[in-house]
Design a protein around this ligand. Structure first.
Ligand code: MN
Length: 336
């Protein structure tokens, strides 16, 4: 984001505004962390801000919203008016309106000034201000820089720091994904200086599992299929299996990474049948040079980052997996 744009945003924020902050659907630690951090900051500088999430977020993120102030779009019809009548809409951790599904039409119709802060590839050009950088570890890291560019780094307090840390930690796989840079650690160092407890945040997020979630993980590990010739592994979960293990949103988060931890595996995929319809949600992860963003885009019309991407298949589970296996042939050289 250049100085001129920052100057304009500063001008916008120099008078009290009504602001709506929107994370993507099925928000993760980065989406909720960046939203709660930005919300606290905007309130500190005198704005009326409100977070509206397209749908519910997993319970292990509840600690970031202790007063339960985050509104859920699919639960409250009146929220449409808030979006239509606000001055500014922040789009956090997504760069394409399809990522907020049912909120899309309403956001499109709103005359509010739209600001995007996001680190995914190929941003769509629908915002008045776009702060997009696919080299960033997380949107939380970018929100830190955003507040800092506005000259307010001193307003980043304990609770803003905790939210930002949570998002950076989850999006970097606890600081191990390639997008983690010295600058990421520099930001984290500043957050730690504000007195947050990184181990407490880690416990909130990773050591707060329901037994049924751990049993589902165990079930998944039993099911991993290895495609040795392609250095690939995958597993799938049907609706019935999810119900058998008392599935709650977020329960399968991160399971795909276990596949990547197997020796000689470069590409890991999990297929999950949607509870509400027969579509299949796909999460793709890779190590090294193999570009899952491209694979997800070419084969399933999805996207994301080089080493982590997602897609939704309208085919049934069997057809989806067949298409996946067939497509691997085209990528055999890249995988070997
Ligand atoms: Mn993110």
């Amino acid at each position: 984001m250049d100085d001129n744009q920052i100057k304009k945003i500063k001008g916008l924020l120099s008078k009290e505004k009504t602001i709506v902050i929107i994370p993507h659907k099925n928000p993760d630690g980065d989406a909720i962390g960046s939203s709660t951090a930005l919300d606290s900051y905007l309130k500190k500088i005198g704005h009326k801000s409100l977070i509206i999430s397209p749908n519910h977020f997993p319970k292990f993120l509840n600690w970031m919203d202790p007063m339960k102030k985050i509104k859920i779009f699919e639960d409250e019809n009146e929220l449409k008016h808030k979006i239509l009548n606000c001055d500014i809409i922040f789009n956090l951790d997504f760069n394409n309106l399809s990522r907020i599904s049912s909120m899309k039409d309403c956001v499109e119709a709103s005359q509010a000034i739209k600001i995007m802060i996001d680190h995914h590839e190929n941003p769509k050009n629908y915002c008045d201000f776009i702060y997009s950088d696919p080299n960033m570890s997380s949107t939380c890291e970018m929100v830190y820089h955003f507040i800092s560019m506005l000259g307010d780094v001193n307003l980043i307090d304990y609770s803003i720091s905790a939210s930002l840390y949570a998002g950076i930690m989850t999006d970097t796989g606890s600081f191990r994904f390639p997008a983690t840079t010295h600058e990421t650690h520099n930001v984290v160092s500043k957050l730690l200086k504000n007195g947050i407890s990184h181990s407490e945040i880690h416990n909130h997020i990773y050591d707060n599992n329901r037994l049924s979630k751990i049993k589902l993980l165990s079930h998944c590990l039993q099911k991993i299929e290895i495609l040795k010739n392609f250095k690939t592994c995958y597993l799938f979960l049907t609706k019935d299996e999810l119900e058998r293990f008392d599935y709650e949103k977020g329960d399968t988060e991160g399971i795909v990474n276990y596949g990547l931890s197997i020796e000689n595996i470069k590409f890991a995929v999990i297929f999950k049948e949607n509870i509400n319809d027969n579509s299949v949600r796909i999460s793709l992860r890779s190590k090294g040079d193999f570009d899952v963003n491209k694979f997800a885009k070419d084969i399933f019309n999805g996207g994301g980052h080089k080493n982590a991407a997602g897609a939704i298949s309208k085919l049934n589970m069997e057809q989806t997996i067949n298409l996946f296996k067939k497509s691997l042939l085209k990528y055999k050289n890249q995988l070997n």
